[in-house]
Write a protein that binds this ligand. Structure first.
Ligand code: PMP
Length: 382
């Protein structure tokens, strides 16, 4: 099996597996005062430091959550009181979009969804105009899109938000561990991430809350006051230890991996565009994540292509919305037709991807597209 679905979930890094297993073998609640409890707390402290080194923030600015979905919910629900406009984009992950809809349900007019251009880049003018408008409580813009890998240049956005006194949240789930991120230079207030996108276990993530951010204290879960009262519940020590080890491994290899994976992605794209007439790479003209390519094969349904190459694990649209019959909201926002959106395959590569994987996936895709095309021609002609 060739695994090219790192944006859905990345394979566990060996370091993360080891740290998780070690922690699972321990007994001890990280809140207990006895020796075993303190050992569990030590694992949590280490992981918090490892993650803070990856992000260049202070360990005390991190709240462990069950993943980015929870981190996004926590950020948006805390920042948006019952008043104030929430500004976000049409291409966010459902974990932001649906939360944004939920928090503004009583007054749908207080939700502004910003468009993107044909490359998937957020239009700066309407964004800046929306942020300067009075009464905005939060701006939430993703750092990297999960379907196309297209990156957002946050610097000019943050500058204007700062001037307007608007809090800024970014969903950095697909970015963390794949490209360098320095929170001492990137002045966002809130940032969400999920461990399983960078080689940690599933079901663990974090929300960064910059020290001093005037964020109303509105936790989703109340109880024993864990995580400075932001997220009650016994800490998932094994998950947190795995997250920390994955963060550390990602940090150590970040630049080499980004360069190597970009090379593999470019080779896949070059092979596809030269061997499959008419295919198009979405967002190819703008900065993207190293390992992501979103490829449209016009007239060739993506689900049929994927079914025709079962030994290649890729995705039609994002895994979170697959199963839902609607076409990708990201591709529609970029101006694709419904048919083109349904004819788009996402390949996402990562630290474990090899040259051999790309060769196999390339041949398999070229053959699958050609088989599906011939089958459609026969059906059309019949
Ligand atoms: N945001 C983005 C951009 C994502 O890609 C994902 C995962 N697909 C999430 C949020 C949600 O992450 P999780 O399912 O780990 O909570």
């Amino acid at each position: 099996m060739v695994y090219l679905d790192y944006n859905a979930t990345a394979p566990l890094r060996p370091e993360a597996l080891e740290a998780t297993i070690n922690a699972l073998q321990d007994v001890g609640n990280a809140s207990s005062m006895h020796l075993l409890g303190r050992e569990a707390a030590t694992r949590v402290d280490l992981a918090r430091r490892q993650l803070s080194s990856l992000l260049n923030c202070s360990p005390g600015e991190l709240i462990f959550t069950s993943g980015a979905t929870e981190a996004n919910n926590l950020a948006l629900r805390a920042a948006c009181g019952r008043r104030g406009t929430l500004v976000t984009t049409m291409v966010e992950h459902p974990a932001v979009l649906e939360t944004a809809r939920a928090v503004t349900a009583n007054d749908p007019g207080s939700l502004v969804l910003l468009p993107v251009d044909g490359d998937g880049v957020v239009d700066l003018e309407p964004l800046l105009a929306a942020v300067r408008h009075r009464g905005v409580s939060l701006l939430s813009v993703m750092l990297a899109n999960n379907e196309t890998g297209v990156l957002t240049d946050l610097a000019p956005i943050i500058k204007v938000a700062r001037e307007a006194g608007v809090l800024v949240h970014t969903d950095a789930t697909q970015y963390v561990g794949r490209l360098p991120l320095d929170l001492s230079n990137m002045d966002v207030d809130l940032l969400s991430l999920s461990a399983h996108k960078f080689g940690g276990p599933q079901g663990i993530g974090a929300l960064f809350i910059r020290r001093g951010t005037p964020l109303p204290h509105r936790p989703l879960l109340v109880g024993g006051g864990h995580e400075r009262g932001w997220r009650a519940g016994t800490l998932n020590v094994a998950g947190i230890a795995g997250l920390g080890a994955a963060a550390e491994a990602s940090r150590q290899h970040l630049e080499q991996e980004a360069e190597r994976v970009t090379g593999l992605r470019d080779a896949l794209e070059a092979g596809l565009t030269s061997r499959v007439p008419g295919c198009r790479i979405n967002g190819a003209r703008v900065p993207r994540l190293p390992g992501v390519t979103s490829v449209t094969f016009p007239g060739v349904p993506a689900d049929a292509v994927l079914a025709s190459m079962p030994h290649v694990a890729a995705s039609d649209g994002s895994a979170c919305s697959s199963g839902a019959p609607s076409p990708s909201h990201v591709l529609l926002a970029m101006g694709h037709s419904r048919d083109d959106a349904d004819s788009t395959v996402r390949f996402s590569l990562g630290y474990g991807t090899t040259v051999g994987d790309i060769e196999v996936a390339l041949d398999a895709t070229v053959n699958a597209v050609s088989r599906v095309r011939s089958a459609l021609t026969v059906t059309d002609g019949a």
